[in-house]
Design a protein around this ligand. Structure first.
Ligand SMILES: Cc1cc2nc3c(=O)[nH]c(=O)nc-3n(C[C@H](O)[C@H](O)[C@H](O)COP(=O)(O)OP(=O)(O)OC[C@H]3O[C@@H](n4cnc5c(N)ncnc54)[C@H](O)[C@@H]3O)c2cc1C
Length: 374
């Protein structure tokens, strides 16, 4: 039997993607794996995420299926890790209060059902059975997507990295990668402010900084700027008893729809608009307004305070779809850059491992190779 080749693998970035890749790689013995993180784990987009794991609004069909595959793997990964990763089961519930948006929701549910997504239209009585604290106002249509979950990214990252380190991975925080050394077309070393790490393979899991770092290797990664805000609150009574995430319509024409989830410590996370909505308003006033809207639907939130959070930037390739795989220009450079990274993390962790360690080319990733953008 041929023995597997030992490789020195460097992962740059310890967000959900770097952490899950490190965990998956570490489960296969014989390689030397190092994670370099310029700040602290989860300090990039992962720490600002709404972290709704879903394939609800993902088009076209192929991209929906990619997300769906990962959503299904989340259940297996949670079982495998068997620790508190802040996973909240229970599905996603939403409703609409205008005829036009109700028609759009009905159409979406019909399409998702034809794709085999476990979702359905529900009545106002069924909504109240799921969430008794809800004061929904007028309802034109409502739906429930049973498989959706949400994650507490800080817990997940920390469990993945702890497991990876138990399997021998070295994690270096506060190690800012500043240079990439190329020899004969391959990356041979990665430099931080005060150290140099030799490598056979480098994985870029560095979110929005991927473009800047790839340029050092002569690789162009086109990205768009996508700022978003998810505010926090102080802990409050349990306002969501069953579902993991709700999407509520705008309270009036001056406001956007909102999405909300409740964590195990009782705090809420609230965002507005769509998952990709642009928002740079990190003021207390904006946070107060969002919370006030949420209270109209969930009065049991009571006296919780709104805590503004800094703007988070979504890693967002130019066409909105992931960039996954080794690059043709620099064959030992593996890119893992994507929006919806919380949803996609388990799939990316497993499939990237097959591509990196076994030389497989997973055809599910073929539409998402970098070369499509060049
Ligand atoms: C407001 C908002 C809402 C979102 N909502 C959802 C959602 O509901 N569902 C969903 O699935 N996704 C959502 N996302 C997207 C999701 O959060 C991201 O796709 C995911 O977190 C990306 O993870 P990552 O590990 O690739 O990147 P990041 O979390 O950004 O991690 C990259 C890491 O690399 C490090 N790094 C960067 N440069 C260097 C360097 N030079 N040297 C060393 N380290 C470096 C950074 O410090 C960072 O820790 C949302 C994102 C935002 C901002």
């Amino acid at each position: 039997m041929a023995s597997a080749k030992t490789q020195k693998i460097i992962i740059i970035g310890a967000g959900v993607i770097g952490a899950v890749i490190a965990y998956n790689l570490s489960r296969r013995s014989g390689n030397s794996i190092t994670v370099l993180e310029r700040a602290t784990p989860g300090s990039g987009a992962s720490g600002h995420s709404f972290a709704w794991v879903n394939a609800f609004g993902k088009d076209p069909r192929e991209y929906h299926t990619l997300n769906r595959r990962s959503l299904d793997i989340w259940y297996r990964l949670a079982h495998q890790l068997n620790e508190d990763i802040g996973i909240h089961y229970g599905g996603e519930m939403r409703w609409e209060n205008t005829k036009q948006r109700a028609a759009e929701l009905q159409h979406r549910i019909q399409k998702l059902q034809s794709w085999g997504y476990p979702c359905k239209l529900i009545t106002s009585d069924e909504m109240l059975l799921l969430e008794p604290e809800l004061s929904s106002g007028p309802i034109e249509a409502a739906s429930y997507s049973e498989a959706d979950i949400h994650i507490e990214t800080d817990k997940f990252i920390s469990v993945c990295l702890d497991r990876a380190m138990e399997f021998g991975v070295s994690l270096h925080t506060e190690h800012n990668v500043t240079d990439i050394i190329i020899d004969k077309g391959r990356i041979v070393a990665v430099k931080t402010d005060d150290a140099e790490f030799l490598c056979d393979v480098v994985v870029f899991a560095c979110g929005i900084q991927t473009t800047e770092l790839a340029a050092l290797a002569g690789v162009q990664i086109p990205q768009q700027r996508s700022p978003g805000i998810v505010i926090k609150t102080s802990p409050c009574a349990t306002v969501l008893h069953n579902v993991a995430v709700i999407h509520a319509p705008s309270v009036d024409v001056n406001h956007q729809p909102l999405h909300l989830r409740q964590l195990a410590d009782g705090t809420l996370r609230i965002g507005q608009g769509t998952q990709e909505g642009i928002n740079r308003d990190d003021s207390q006033e904006h946070a107060d307004t969002l919370l006030a809207q949420a209270k109209t639907y969930l009065p049991a939130i009571g006296t919780a305070d709104a805590i503004p959070t800094p703007v988070g930037y979504r890693p967002m390739p130019l066409d909105g779809f992931p960039i996954l795989g080794f690059t043709k220009a620099v064959p030992n450079l593996y890119i893992a850059l994507m929006h919806s990274g919380v949803t996609l993390a388990p799939l990316v962790g497993e499939m990237a491992t097959l591509e990196i360690l076994d030389g497989a080319r997973v055809d599910w990733f073929n539409p998402y190779r970098l070369e499509r953008l060049q």
